[in-house]
Design a protein around this ligand. Structure first.
Ligand code: ADP
Ligand code: ZN
Length: 304
């Protein structure tokens, strides 16, 4: 039995996998402290057989089996938390651990290799618009992780678009990060400031159907994503951009990003598609990496 886990800023998903097939998938809210976190892990696997292997995709950058939030406001205890050690102690079996955006990029890249109707891209950028904004890069058919585990952290590249509430300061220490405009957290924050009451990103999307002010917040976020895509395309020369995460997959978001990108010069046009694996890109990606650790991965943390 392979246990695949995807840890985000809002939720943790887990899958019981046998011979590459998901037997059962479960989801729980993400915890706010290490003790609560291990309890949630326990609840997720309740009644499942002991795993022979654990595959973990986690938000944050990973170094030496420890996780660090780039934006400390998202998971405060992700400050060098020894995730690989904690899970190895808990499950006593080999474990692989990777950033969630990187795992998702690999999942989406693989999904495009097996879909005959598509030209499989050699250079793919995955962007997740979720609690934060993350991502992953496959370049020349190789998943990039980087010497600091940072490859694909596009949420902390800056954009010239400004958040509608003018709150520029990002929890990573910079100003004007993409994450500050286009994450679910940022959309909820901008909506709350605009409408004078606490609003979630999902509520904002519903309101945008009837209220142009709500629509403007989402459009501005889409413009910021398109700006980041143009920047990254001119840096890396990409074949395809894949958008995932609950915000990225929310109704109309992909369309808005495409419209915004269409205003960029021709050279900066690059196909943008939705995650074929939907919200499970990270979960499926890490599951594939665990079952098929080819030499396509530059390096990943492996504890055994
Ligand atoms: P995680 O960050 O844990 O991987 P998600 O990809 O689900 O999880 O992203 C969570 C973020 O997406 C939260 O900020 C939440 O408010 C927002 N969100 C969840 N559902 C929706 C929706 N249907 N439409 C827009 N935003 C959503
Ligand atoms: Zn930042």
């Amino acid at each position: 039995m392979l246990l695949a886990i995807d840890i985000g800023g809002t939720k943790i998903a887990a899958a019981w996998v046998e011979n590459g097939q998901v037997i059962e998938r479960r989801q729980q809210p993400m915890a706010t402290d290490p003790v609560g976190f291990m309890e949630v892990i326990g609840q997720l696997v309740l009644g499942w057989p002991a795993p022979e292997q654990v595959a973990v995709a986690a938000t944050g950058y990973i170094n030496d089996g420890k996780v660090h939030s780039v934006n400390q406001e998202i998971i405060a205890f992700w400050d060098g938390f020894p995730l690989a050690d904690r899970l190895t102690e808990r499950f006593a079996c080999p474990l692989i651990l990777m950033n969630d955006g990187q795992a998702a990029a690999w999942g989406e890249y693989q999904a495009r290799q097996t879909t005959v109707s598509q030209n499989s891209p050699d250079n793919l950028l995955f962007i997740t618009l979720s609690t934060g904004v993350g991502g992953g890069l496959v370049l020349d058919r190789q998943l990039r992780i980087g010497p600091h585990g940072l490859a694909g952290h596009v949420g902390h590249t800056t954009v010239s678009c400004q958040p509608t509430d003018d709150d520029l300061r990002c929890g990573c220490g910079r100003q004007s990060c993409l994450e500050k405009i286009a994450s679910g957290t940022a959309l909820g924050r901008q909506a709350s400031a605009m409408f004078g009451r606490t609003m979630s990103s999902a509520e904002l999307f519903s309101l945008a159907l009837t209220d142009p002010r709500a629509e403007a917040i989402i459009d501005n976020a889409a413009k910021a994503v398109a700006e980041a895509i143009s920047n990254l395309h001119m840096t890396l020369d990409l074949s395809e951009i894949v958008i995932g995460g609950s915000v990225g997959l929310a109704d109309g978001m992909l369309h808005r990003i495409r419209l915004a990108l269409a205003n960029a010069p021709n050279l900066m046009q690059v196909p943008v598609s939705a995650a074929m694996l939907g919200p499970d890109a990270g979960l499926i990606g890490i599951m594939q990496l665990a079952t098929n650790v080819e030499n396509s991965v530059e390096n990943s943390v492996e504890n055994s």
